[in-house]
Write a protein that binds this ligand. Structure first.
Ligand code: PLP
Length: 390
């Protein structure tokens, strides 16, 4: 059989030698996966990383990232998603049916609540919001229809740190599956399985990526049956991640721990400085005494924290003045998300903050995410912008 050039371009006979090794894994890209014969095609099993079946169900690049995240988090299985929110949605969809109820904390990541109020409501899944700082409230709300409880520590705007160990213990005692959104901990500061959670979800978008340029999520489990439910839903919904995105996170993982620690150090330095300023009424950072739930952070996080905190400005500053402060910042950029190289700031309007039940502050809240810039430069930036607020 003599082949034309166009065919030869696709079916070239050269096969590179096996045994190549480098510090970073290759980027394997596939929608189609090629089987060696019909028997292999018929015997395909995508469930347990036994082989490759279709790009959507995994490649060497995504399998490796899943294994690394599972190990980092102390789990057995990991499934990747195109965003942190997709991981949350998939976990809920995998476990909830019409007539069931899901419980979410009062400090929940906003879009998780929006999902409950819209899609899940339409699909006949009810939800209740429990007081994240009161375990007795959670216990009271768990009923026969409750099939899933979301936990989150700390609230990523209001920054209160709930007794998640106590919450997980209550779920276990009542026989209800608990899922912890552990994004803040970045696979470093809080061990979700050690405190008894069944599922740990991460937005890899934040610290594991560290680049502010990739969206990805992960759901980690220890239990085979639970993992299979999540994986089956993942397969049927069609969530996949791009190989280049997975590779970007694999490239960032070796520096995860030192970035997390550096951003923590700079974050606490700037938080302490802001706390000392007359313009600031309250610092909300779980590592600081006087911040709600500080004692739970102390018990559970081994002294580690993300470079993320909020301050409530004195009530004499109006929203317009606080907006002016945020606009005056030069190094801090206005933007959502966190864990990347660029420091970020978000002013929150009051109705958004009232998501947290015990809100008693009168001033405007501003959240800071500390990047990798020099801390003294960041402090100078804050100082000049505070002057502009007056
Ligand atoms: C960012 C974030 C998410 C969602 O992650 P995306 O990748 O942006 O969808 C979920 N939970 C928390 C706590 C987050 O901070």
């Amino acid at each position: 059989m003599t082949e034309k050039k166009s065919t030869g371009l696709i079916h070239h006979p050269y096969i590179p030698p096996a045994g190549f090794a480098s510090a970073q894994p290759g980027v394997f890209k596939a929608s189609t996966v090629i089987y060696k014969d019909v028997a292999a095609m018929r015997a395909r099993d995508w469930r347990y990383k036994k082989g490759y079946t279709y790009g959507l169900h995994g490649t060497p690049t995504t399998f490796l990232l899943e294994e690394k995240i599972a190990t980092l988090e102390g789990g057995k299985h990991c499934v990747l998603f195109p965003s942190g929110l997709a991981a949350i949605a998939n976990v809920s969809m995998a476990l909830l049916s019409s007539g069931d109820e899901v419980l979410i904390p009062s400090n929940v990541y906003g879009p998780n609540k929006a999902l409950c109020e819209n899609e899940f409501k339409r699909w006949g899944v009810a939800h209740q919001v429990y007081d994240t700082m009161d375990p007795a409230d959670l216990e009271r709300r768990i009923g026969p229809k409750t099939k899933l409880v979301w936990l989150e520590a700390p609230g990523s705007v209001s920054m209160e740190f709930p007794p998640v160990d106590e919450q997980a213990r209550i779920c276990r005692q009542k026989g209800v599956t608990s899922a912890l959104d552990n994004t803040w901990a970045g696979c470093i500061a809080l061990d979700g399985f050690a405190i008894g959670c069944d599922i740990v979800v991460h937005a890899l978008t934040k610290y594991p990526s560290g680049g502010a340029d990739v969206l990805m999520g992960a759901a980690v489990t220890r239990d085979d049956a639970l993992n299979e439910k999540i994986k089956l839903a993942h397969m049927r919904i069609g969530f996949g991640v791009g190989a280049n995105d997975a590779e970007a996170i694999l490239r960032s993982l070796p520096s995860l721990e030192i970035r997390y620690a550096a951003q923590d150090v700079a974050g606490r330095e700037l938080a302490a400085w802001l706390q000392s300023r007359p313009e600031v009424a309250q610092l909300l950072h779980p590592a600081f005494a006087g911040s709600p739930g500080h004692e739970h952070w102390q018990r559970l996080c081994g002294g580690k924290a993300a470079g993320l905190f909020s301050v409530v400005l004195d009530a004499r500053y109006s929203q317009a003045q606080v907006d002016r402060f945020c606009d005056a910042l030069k190094l801090f950029k206005l933007g959502y998300s966190w864990g990347g190289p660029v420091s970020l700031v978000v002013p929150y309007e009051m109705p958004q903050i009232r998501l947290a039940q015990h809100w008693k502050h009168k001033g405007v809240l501003v959240r800071f995410s500390i990047g990798l810039e020099d801390a003294a430069d960041l402090r100078a930036d804050l100082e000049q912008a505070l002057e502009q607020m007056k």
